[in-house]
Every structure is written in structure tokens, then in C-alpha cells.
Design a protein around this ligand. Sequence first.
Ligand code: PLP
Length: 406
Amino acid sequence: MFKVNENYLKLPGSYLFSTIGKKVNAYSAAHPDKKIIRLGIGDVTQPLAPAIIDALHSAVEEMGKAETFHGYAPDLGYEFLRNAIAENDYKARGCDIAADEIFISDGAKCDSGNIQEIFSLDNKIAVCDPVYPVYVDSNVMAGRTGTYDAQKETWSDVIYMPCIADHDFAPQLPEETPDLIYLCFPNNPTGAAITKAQLQEWVDYANRVGAVILYDAAYEAYISEADVPHSIYECDGARSCAIELRSFSKNAGFTGVRLGFTVVPKDLKCGDVMLHSLWARRHGTKYNGAPYIVQKAGEAVYSKEGREQLKEQVAYYMKNAHYIYSGLKEAGYTVSGGVNAPYIWLKTPDHMTSWEFFDYLLENVNVVGTPGSGFGPSGEGYFRLTAFGSYENTVEAVDRIKAAKL
Ligand SMILES: Cc1ncc(COP(=O)(O)O)c(C=O)c1O
């Protein structure tokens, strides 16, 4: 008789966004006349930039001719894309990362969920609280997190690093020493960023205690402040302690196209074993490469036209972020984020729980956001709004919230 992976049974409740979806569907079924504005899920809304569409079209044409047809992609990605990434995302920022340390994938969600499998089950993970849920859940599935305390909403074998207002939503070095440290900056959900000096402390710490930092920089394109690093490899010593995860979803609107990459420097070793070799082995065994046409579209992200067009796209979303941030502040809310990230993190008014405020906004102003408690216990009493809507909807949503201020 077969048995299931019992670790999956330990996962609590249903996924945050399915609960939101159910509540929103129930409300719209009961009130079909109401216009609901969704500033909840972190999906983009602007169409792909013309330079990307052109690259897709011409790659599709190539696929239709025997002379230019492409089958399986190379395991680690096409060189044209890995070179473009190495040049533009790393060398141009003074980071020492070679093209063969870059592994192309179909996005940062898969990579951030899969990366844990090259590490021993004995490793102890540390995560920010609140946090992008994939890091913890993928370790639960692997059996690395111990037992769940439903009251505290925490796992016995996970080190939580509360990211609270007193520290500008930045994590503090943990008291207990972790083996794997998940960091995400600019942060989802809080929208917080850390300076290069702050990140350097983490790199120094990881090198000192022999930990690996899994650095998720999916929102790097939204950084506007000069002292905020775009890559962890801007810090000295990061090559021996950090893996970086990147995505084309938010900088180029690839959420439905699917492209990302992971950087594993060859200096990152456990004894004589290079993590690079393990991830290459994993990639070669379990993954057959992002499609050629998508990797060509990814290359166009780095072209002159692509860069100009995407700068405008990011600016469009950041205009929304600014409108949300300043509008809510004017209305008396306590708000943060929105400066180096497309997320605004607000404190719920009148000691409402995150879900009470969710219901309040849905029912009174027909605006959907994301309850902060869905990202971890320290998110309770907070709420996330995203800047990924259209400008018109964003303005209408914020104006409705302002008019209905509690
Ligand atoms: C922190 C973080 N990492 C990764 C992802 C997923 O990126 P991708 O679309 O490349 O899978 C998201 C998506 O919302 C995210 O917020």
C-alpha cells in the first residue's frame, strides 16, 4: 500500500490567496453591482513592452523554420541570455559573477522552493517574519521544520526573525545560529529595503557562522535609493556565502511568460563540495530548460529599447505606489514601503486584526488587499496593498479608502 509524503499533511490551512479569492467571490456573488478593485495579489497588469513582443515574434518565426528551429535548451540556459545577465545585472554593478554561475529557470518561485533540496535535512532555516510563504512551506514539504504550533502559527525548528516597525521592518541577527538564511530585499510583503551596509553585516555574519544566505532579489528593479544594493554580490565576501534568486516577473511583466534565474558562485562550498555542482546536477536531472522563445524575450529585456521601455513600466507602478503611500498617509494611516518596492505596508486602524481590516475594506469600499497575518505572526495588525493595478483603479481605490477613513 502506498503512503503519501506526510510532511504535506502538516501544512496548515489553505493558501492565503485562495482564502482571499473565496471571500471576494462570495462578496461579488452577493453584490453583483459593486465594482471591486483588487490591490491584493502581486501580479502585474501592464502589457509586455514592445521590444519584448518583437523578440517573441521573431523567435517564434525561427521556430517555424528547420534551419533556425530550437529543441531542448542547454541545461543551464542559453549563453546569449546568461552573458546578458552577467554583463548587465552583475559586471555593470561591479559584481564578480560569471555567466556560468547563472542558472536560467522558469521563475523565482520554483527556484526559491527547490533550492532547499541541495541542503541536508538537518539544516536549520531562518526566515523573516512576515515572509513570502514559499520559503517555509517548501521546507515543511521536505520535512525540515519540526512541528507546527497552531496557536503561535510557528514551526518548532524554524528560526523566525521578526521584522517590526521598531527596526524599520529589517530583521535582526538571530540569537540561535541558523544554517540557511532566507532574505528578500526589497521585501515582499513589507516593501522594506536594507542598505548595503546592513546587507554587508548579514554577509559577514553568514561567513562567520558558516551559513548560506538565500537572497531573493525579485523586486530589485524597484530600488530608487542609492544606498540600497541591487544584488547581494555588491557586498564583500558574498561569493562564499550567498545564492541569489532573480525573476523577470516584476521588472519585465513576465508573470505569465515565466523566466528567472539563480546565481550560485563557484566559491560557495561545503568542504570540497561546490553548491554550484549540486544545483547543476539538480537542474540537469529535473529541469529541461526555459523555452527558447522566452529566453530570447529575456535577452530583449537588456536591449537599449527594452531597458528604456521597462524603466517606464516600473515608473508607472511606482507612481501608483507613491499615490497609495501619500494618500493613506494623508488619511492618517501609518504606512511604510512603496519607495524601493511596489508594496505598501500599512498598520490596521483601531487595533483591527489583519482579516478584520480585509473584510472592512472589501465590504465598505470594495477594495481587496492582503492581510499581513497571512505572511506570518508578526504581520498581524498589518495590511499589504500592491502598486500593480492600473493607475485609474489605484487612484479610485485610494480615494475610496480616504473617503471612508475609520
Ligand atoms: C519574494 C518573491 N519571490 C519570488 C516570487 C515569484 O517570482 P516568479 O514569478 O519569478 O516565480 C515572488 C512573486 O510574487 C515574490 O514575491
